[in-house]
Design a protein around this ligand. Structure first.
Ligand code: AMP
Ligand code: MG
Length: 418
C-alpha cells in the first residue's frame, strides 16, 4: 500500500490509516454495481465491467509505414534500379497482387499487396517518368512495413474489468471496432451538510456566528470528478428530527449518503444518533491529521459516510478515506493507488507524530532538484492551503525528519480530482 508506516497499531488506540482504508475498500467491494452499455463518447471515466479481448488484429493487414514504392527484394538488381509502376495504392484501397518485377506507388497506411515485401521511402526514389520509378538506395525485406497485429493480436486481453476508462482506453476500444463499452452504472451519492451556522453562497452573512457552506460544494465537486452522480440534499438543521428525516430521504434516493459535520460528540451533533437509529454506525477514530473522526455505516441498506465539519478535514478525509470506499463501490480495481512517489522535503519534522499527517505541499525546483515545500498554515480550518498546494506529503508516525529526507508525495492529480 503506501510507505507511511501506518500499518502499525498506534499506541494512542487510534485506528491506523491503512486499516481504515482496507476496511473501506472491503465494504465498497461487498456490492457490485449493475452493468450498462454506453457509447464510446459517454465512456470516459466510467469503470469497465468486463475484460475486453481483442476481436480483431490491429492493424488488420500489413500496411505501409511510409509514402513510397512497394516492391519485392526479388526485383533487386544493381542500384539505381528502374521499375515500371504497375498500380497506385492510396490508404483505403484493397490492392491487386503486385506484378513481379514492378513497383506500386503506395502511401502511408495503405495495404501492402501480395507479392510485396518492402516499401522504399519516396525520398530514396525518383519518379523518372509517369509510369516508372528509379530506386536509388538498396532496400531490405520488411523495410517500412507495419505487420498485421503488430499493435494487438486477436484474443489478447486489452483492458481489464475494473479499469477506469481514460482517453487511451477509449481510443483503443475504437481501434478494435467496438462502438460501446459495458461499464458499471454510475454511483448515486446524496450529499447533506449539517450546521445551523451555514449560509449559502450568494446570500449575505447576517451576523458573526454564520459562515458560508463550503462543504456542500466541495463534496459535490469531488464527486463529479470521481464520476459519481451527486444528489444535492442541502443543509440539515442541528436537531434530531430534521436529521432523521433528511437521512431517511437520502437513503431512498442514493447508493451512498455522505454528510459533513455533526459527527463530534457535542449535544449539537445529531448525525451519529440518527444513523444509529436508522441503521448501523461505526465511529472510527483514525490516526490521521487533519481528520480523525470518521463515521461509517449504513442507513437501512444504503452506505453512509459522515465526514468531519472542517472543510480542510473534509478534503483530506475524502481523498484518503472516503474516496477509497467510493472507488471500490464503483467497481474500480486498485493498482498503485493512490499514486505517490518519494520526494525530498525542504522542512523538518522535529517531533514524532502520533497520527499520520497529510501536509499540503508544493513541488519546488531547486539546484538540488525537486523538493517539497509545505504551506505555512496547516490548520484543519484552512482550505486555502489546499488551493495553494500541488498535493499531499504523507508524514508517517513516530519519525523525526530533516530537510533532504524523502516522504511520499501524493499529487492531487493522482487522486483524479485536481
Ligand atoms: P462540526 O463537526 O459540525 O462541529 O463542525 C466543525 C467545524 O466545521 C465548525 O467550525 C463548523 O462551523 C465547520 N463546518 C461544518 N460544516 C461546514 C460547512 N458545510 N461548510 C463550512 N464549514 C463547516
Ligand atoms: Mg456542526
Amino acid at each position: 500500500m503506501n510507505d507511511c508506516g501506518c500499518y502499525s497499531i498506534t499506541s494512542t488506540g487510534l485506528m491506523p490509516v491503512n486499516a481504515a482504508i482496507e476496511r473501506l475498500r472491503q465494504a465498497g467491494q461487498a456490492r457490485t454495481p449493475e452493468i450498462e452499455r454506453v457509447s464510446l463518447v459517454q465512456a470516459l471515466n466510467r469503470v469497465l465491467a468486463v475484460d475486453i479481448l481483442a476481436p480483431v488484429d490491429v492493424p488488420p493487414r500489413d500496411n505501409s509505414a511510409m509514402d513510397g514504392y512497394a516492391v519485392h527484394t526479388d526485383s533487386l538488381g544493381s542500384i539505381p534500379l528502374t521499375l515500371a509502376i504497375s498500380q497506385r495504392i492510396p490508404a483505403g484501397v484493397n490492392p491487386e497482387p503486385l506484378r513481379p518485377g514492378t513497383a506500386a506507388r503506395i502511401f502511408t497506411g495503405a495495404v501492402i499487396p501480395e507479392g510485396v515485401n518492402a516499401v522504399v521511402m519516396q525520398e530514396n526514389c525518383c519518379q523518372a517518368t509517369p509510369d516508372s520509378v528509379q530506386i536509388r538506395q538498396a532496400f531490405k525485406a520488411g523495410e517500412n512495413i507495419r505487420l498485421i497485429g503488430q499493435d494487438i493480436r486477436t484474443g489478447t486481453r486489452i483492458l481489464q474489468q475494473g479499469e477506469r476508462l481514460g482517453p487511451a482506453a477509449i481510443g483503443m476500444l475504437a481501434s478494435l471496432g467496438l462502438a460501446e463499452a459495458p461499464v458499471y452504472r454510475r454511483l448515486k451519492v446524496a450529499v447533506l451538510s449539517t450546521g445551523d451556522e451555514l449560509v449559502e453562497p450568494g446570500s449575505p452573512l447576517q451576523h458573526g456566528g454564520q459562515i458560508y457552506n463550503s462543504n456542500r460544494y466541495l463534496l459535490q465537486a469531488l464527486l463529479t470528478r470521481l464520476d459519481c452522480e451527486s444528489i444535492d440534499l442541502g443543509v440539515v438543521a442541528d436537531n434530531l428530527p430534521d436529521t432523521l428525516a433528511a437521512l431517511d430521504k437520502a437513503r431512498k434516493l442514493a447508493d451512498v449518503v455522505i454528510s459533513s459535520g455533526g459527527v463530534s460528540v457535542g449535544e449539537e451533533d445529531h448525525v451519529k444518533t440518527a444513523v444509529e437509529q436508522l441503521g448501523k454506525l461505526d465511529f472510527w477514530k483514525i490516526a490521521i491529521k487533519p481528520g480523525k473522526p470518521l463515521a461509517f455505516g449504513r442507513i437501512g441498506e444504503t452506505a453512509f459516510i459522515g465526514f468531519p465539519g472542517n472543510p480542510q478535514s473534509v478534503w483530506i478525509t475524502f481523498l484518503i478515506l472516503g474516496r477509497q470506499f467510493l472507488l471500490a463501490r464503483q467497481g474500480q480495481r486498485f493498482r498503485n493507488e493512490p499514486a505517490g512517489y518519494p520526494v525530498p522535503i525542504s522542512f523538518s519534522v522535529a517531533k514524532p507524530l502520533k497520527r499520520v499527517e497529510y501536509l499540503r505541499v508544493r513541488l519546488v525546483e531547486t539546484e538540488q532538484g525537486l523538493v517539497l515545500e509545505k504551506h505555512v498554515n496547516q490548520s484543519s480550518g484552512v482550505l486555502s492551503s489546499s488551493l495553494w498546494a500541488d498535493g499531499l506529503a504523507c508524514i508517517p508516525v513516530d519519525v523525526v525528519l530533516n530537510p533532504g529526507d524523502s516522504v511520499r508525495f501524493m499529487p492531487f492529480s493522482g487522486f483524479g480530482v485536481a
